[in-house]
Structures are given as structure tokens and as C-alpha cells.
Design a protein around this ligand. Structure first.
Ligand SMILES: O=C(CO)COP(=O)(O)O
Length: 142
């Protein structure tokens, strides 16, 4: 889970910022992409390096979709706003569609996003510990 795309609609930006801040340590080691305004807010508020694409309504969602199709994104965090309509709704739908087509995890709320962070940390821990365990087994069985 090295490369993560972060996107939030205006009504969800504060929630995304707070959530990224809560997991700041996790995000420091990741390659981050974001739609324009979301990315600018994250990089300014949290001093994280973010590849900022165009703003969502100006094509940013489509750019992230293209990166997914090029298999450059491992995980999409997309806090879309279920309580407001978006002028670029077809782009929003297309982005979510491509994430499903390419079978990457998509988190649309903090509950799911937390789940994926915890699962990723466990997986990374496991991958770090398995070589030691294999070496131990090799020694133990001669
Ligand atoms: O509109 C968006 C996603 O559909 C987000 O775009 P911004 O990050 O530029 O606000």
C-alpha cells in the first residue's frame, strides 16, 4: 500500500484532514496523490508531500482514474459527500467505477479508512517479521 490517492468533496474536507492528521505517521512514508484543493489543504495543514492534480470539477477525478488504470494507485480514499450534488457527478462515478474495475480498495468514510490503515500496518509488520521467523525455523529444524 505505497501509493494512495486522497479526494474529498467540500463538505467532507475537514473530516479527511482530521483523519489524515490522526494517521500522520502512516502517511509520511507513502506516495500521496490528490485532487487539487484536497491536496493543497493536506500539504499546507499537515506538511506532507502530495502530488496535486487538477481540482475535481476541472478534471482531477479523471486524472486519478487514469492513474488507477495505469496501476499507479494502490488505494483510493474518497470522502464523497452524500448530502450534496456535484456538477461533475459523472466524473465522480467514473472514478469509483475504475477503482472497482482495477480492484483497488476504496474507502469512502473514516470507518473503512481506519480498517484499511490497521490492516496495512498489520500486513507490513507481518512482512517484516516473516523473514526472521523463516530464519528461526531454518535454524530450529537444522
Ligand atoms: O471534487 C472533488 C472530487 O470529486 C475534489 O476536488 P478538489 O479536491 O479539487 O476539491
Amino acid at each position: 500500500m505505497k501509493s494512495i490517492a486522497l479526494v474529498a468533496h467540500d463538505g467532507k474536507k475537514a473530516e479527511l484532514l482530521a483523519w489524515v492528521q490522526q494517521h500522520a505517521g502512516f502517511f509520511k512514508e507513502k506516495q500521496l496523490y490528490a485532487t487539487g484543493t484536497t491536496g493543497r489543504l493536506i500539504s499546507e495543514a499537515l506538511q506532507l508531500s502530495v502530488h496535486c492534480l487538477a481540482s475535481g470539477p476541472l478534471g482531477g477525478d479523471q486524472q486519478i482514474g487514469a492513474l488507477i488504470a495505469e496501476q499507479k494507485i494502490d488505494w483510493l480514499v474518497f470522502f464523497w459527500d452524500p448530502l450534496s450534488s456535484q456538477p461533475h457527478d459523472p466524473d465522480v462515478k467514473a472514478l469509483i467505477r475504475l477503482a472497482v474495475v482495477w480492484n483497488i480498495p476504496v474507502a469512502c468514510n473514516t470507518a473503512t479508512a481506519d480498517f484499511i490503515v490497521h490492516s496495512t500496518l498489520l500486513q507490513e509488520d507481518y512482512q517484516r517479521s516473516v523473514p526472521d521467523f523463516a530464519a528461526y525455523l531454518g535454524r530450529a529444524t537444522g
